[in-house]
Write a protein that binds this ligand. Sequence first.
Ligand code: NAD
Length: 369
Amino acid sequence: MPKHFRVFATCDIGEAIELLVKRGYEVEIYPQPEAPPKSLIVERVRSGIDGLITTLRDPIDAEIFEAGKGHLKVVAQYAVGFDNIDRVDANRYKIPFTHTADVLTEATAEFAFFILGALARKMWTAEHLTRENKWGYWHPYLPFLGDEVTGKTVAVIGTGRIGLAFIKKCVGFDMNVLCYDPAYQNHSFVKSIQEIFDLRHARGLVREKSTIKYVAFEDALRQADFVSVHVPLLKEDESDTPTYHLFNEETLRHMKRTAYLVNTSRGPVVEESALARALRENWIAGAALDVYEKEPLPPDSPLRDPAISDRCRLMPHFASAARITRLSADPEKGMAGRCVQGLMDVLEGNYGGDITKMPYVVNKEAFTK
Ligand code: NAD
């Protein structure tokens, strides 16, 4: 049955929008690749829209919800992380917001693993050597060496969807896995992974048996050769175990001097000034980052210091940026499809109109009776 709902999308999310248009929705898309100014979002929301499609670039708070009073029914976020949306304000205005969990899990996890490998094996520096005609000889250790990944110990900080998917990638590299998560421990997953490690050893595929276990944060940092971060951004007032600046001078100093940090979660989880110092002063061996305290990365960021460029990989918030993951209109495969489905669920009253039963709604707590 065709529906006439008005939707504003703060950016183009591809052909999934057609699904809405075919159903009779009126959809306006912000045409520029950059994020719209907040004043423009407020103005479009005030114009009477029923649904708002957002990305992690858009600050969504009381000002937006106030502008939508009486007509805005849903905010559909095109991301799994939703730290740009003020959950307390959304709940106060009783506006459900949705996200696109799961469909980007494997893409993000594999990207984290790939940049870990690129960092440790110095692939960026090595390619520069070739391209810049500085590859003058084959030599046992000059001009530099990388570090092997196979058989090393990795600490996985945050064992939610992406953390667990990342662990599965590490299995193929016979890594020992130290898990840390103060809020959610999946012991049956850990048991399954240990069984796989045991089988690989029993069948003679590997000489050393790998292990996996949950440990305390400090133990994870002190023992790991690699630390990969998979937490949501949680500020002081949002959690008993906040993640804002979880990696700071004190915690970076717990890491081994030979260890590498990989962050594909959210930028403010790592205090960048402390990390830049850690790299300059060799407290740790290197870092690969996909996310930053301020995005895009400012021209004067200390992370751009040429003195640390051989051990600091910088990616443009790119971990979920794979074709099917980003654009598939199938809600089981793509962020676009899942975003649009979450929006339709609320506007069209799927699940008997019970918001607490809608799988992609995040703030269900505001709707429990
Ligand atoms: P999730 O909610 O399934 O997992 C997050 C886990 O972190 C949870 O198990 C939670 O208990 C744990 N956690 C919370 N506080 C912690 C703390 N102080 N220390 C350690 N663990 C803690 O979320 P997910 O789907 O795995 O996604 C994780 C995050 O990754 C998202 O919130 C998002 O910010 C980020 N992300 C980034 C990209 C990218 O493009 N770079 C893509 C997808 C997701």
